[in-house]
Design a protein around this ligand. Structure first.
Ligand SMILES: *Cc1c(COP(=O)(O)O)cnc(C)c1O
Length: 427
């Protein structure tokens, strides 16, 4: 509970504090800021990432691996850290492909999805030996020509736009007309055409949406994904060796968001794998593909207050960061309604700071949409030099924000703390 009795957001509750400061990666915030050297910055906790991955591996069992969609957070140190702990990486550009291979992931465990893959990108993918998830028949033809030219058989999977939609997703990427994948109805004929091509057929990928917090809806989508995969497997030019079952696991961004019941949704998937997929597709490596669920809650965005003023009764705390680093927290990245991300004053965490005030935390950009916290409750003593911490910043933060807008400097990023959450040993 907070000083005023309001429930603490589930993510804030996962961080401890010491000496009145939030502890990030085992280090008190003011010291961490000094270590980074200047604000604003993003800090991602190793231990929180490991905890998430271990939880999922435990719940999913040995039949289902994890694929990390690196668009969620492509910082090379993060990708390298995650790559050592998951079975697969999903990339969506040749820039991300380089990061994935630099991280040491074997090429056979990397796949490339995304509409509009350029010829140079397809060439890199074929030359590297990763799997290309083809999303149109024209793309498949271009890929085959590139394979012939390079004298390398392309590894090909087919990305399927499912014949169902998933309710409750923050972003829908399957069902109905889509720029992603090939419509399920035309996939059987396409799979038979593939038999004539000089390619190595690897498998199928079904991804229907992201940021879903409803375990029941996700379970239903998994049922339908399995139905679809088993139906399409009959038309495939060879045994399926990789099946990507999608993901869509959401994280709670706002106070009223209930965290996903990850136990329920993983147990459902584990049963589906045991009872339906493994018997029918004995050669297939199965994977769940996740981005934000692996890294989103592991990250904070830290920015310093540089002005405090009152305008016609409303208090404004102006910070040195803003939407050019953390667009999503301002509600301008695909959100229908602007709602606050969880936020604290990270150097005023002691419980005896009970005198509270309501203020708006705004970024330094000269635009009215740069609002990081609209009428939030903070300690009344909050002042210039204090550090505002915005949670849920580990995914779709720095690289999903318009860094050049208004010409301010870029944010730093650090990966912090030991692998396991333990008490800092200063000995
Ligand atoms: C963006 C994307 C993801 C990751 O979505 P999250 O919501 O971050 O889990 C996974 N797969 C594909 C194909 C994507 O485009």
């Amino acid at each position: 509970m907070t000083a005023t009795g309001a429930p603490v957001h589930s993510t804030i509750a996962r961080f401890r504090s010491a000496n009145g400061q939030l502890v990030v990666g085992g280090v008190e915030l003011v010291r961490l800021a000094a270590q980074v050297g200047s604000t604003p910055f993003f800090a991602y906790e190793r231990a929180a990432i490991t905890e998430r991955i271990d939880l999922l591996h435990g719940l999913l069992g040995p039949l289902i691996g994890l694929s990390y969609a690196i668009k969620a957070n492509p910082m090379p140190a993060v990708v390298q850290y995650v790559a050592g702990r998951v079975e697969h990486l999903d990339v969506a550009s040749s820039g991300e492909l380089k990061v994935a291979l630099d991280a040491g992931m074997p090429a056979t465990r990397v796949s490339f999805a995304g509409p509009g893959k350029k010829s140079a990108e397809l060439r890199s993918a074929v030359a590297a030996g990763i799997t290309v998830e083809v999303e149109s028949s024209l793309e498949a033809e271009r890929l085959v020509a590139i394979g012939a030219e390079l004298g390398i058989r392309p590894r090909v999977a087919v990305r399927v736009n499912p014949d169902f939609a998933v309710r409750g997703s923050g972003m829908r990427m399957g069902g109905g007309p889509q720029q992603f994948g090939m419509d399920a109805e035309i996939v059987p004929a396409f799979l038979s055409d593939l038999a004539a091509y000089d390619i190595e057929f690897v498998g199928l990928h079904v991804f229907s949406g992201s940021q879903n917090l409803h375990s029941g809806i996700l379970a239903e989508a998994q049922d339908r994904t399995v139905d679809l995969v088993l139906r399409l497997a009959d038309a495939a030019p060879g045994p399926l060796r990789q099946v990507n079952l999608g993901g869509g696991f959401g994280i709670p961004y706002h106070d009223r968001d209930e965290p996903l019941d990850v136990e329920a949704v993983c147990e459902h998937l584990r049963n589906l794998a045991q009872e339906r997929l493994a018997p029918a597709l004995p050669e297939a490596a199965l994977c769940l593909e996740l981005g934000r669920f692996l890294v989103g809650e592991a990250g904070v965005y830290v920015t310093e207050i540089i002005d405090r003023k009152v305008s016609r009764g409303r208090t404004y705390l102006v910070v040195d960061g803003g939407l050019h680093h953390q667009l999503a927290a301002t509600g301008n990245l695909g959100a229908a309604i602007r709602r606050n991300y969880p936020l604290v004053i990270g150097n005023r965490m002691s419980g005896d700071d009970t005198d509270r005030m309501t203020a708006s935390v705004v970024g330094c950009l000269c635009t009215p949409i740069d609002v990081l916290g609209d009428n939030v409750e903070v300690p009344a003593s909050t002042d210039i030099g204090d550090l505002v911490v915005i949670f849920q910043a580990g995914a779709y933060g720095k690289t999903a924000s318009p860094a050049d807008f208004l010409g301010h400097p870029a944010a730093f990023e650090v990966l912090v703390g030991p692998d396991q959450r333990k008490v800092q040993n200063h000995g």
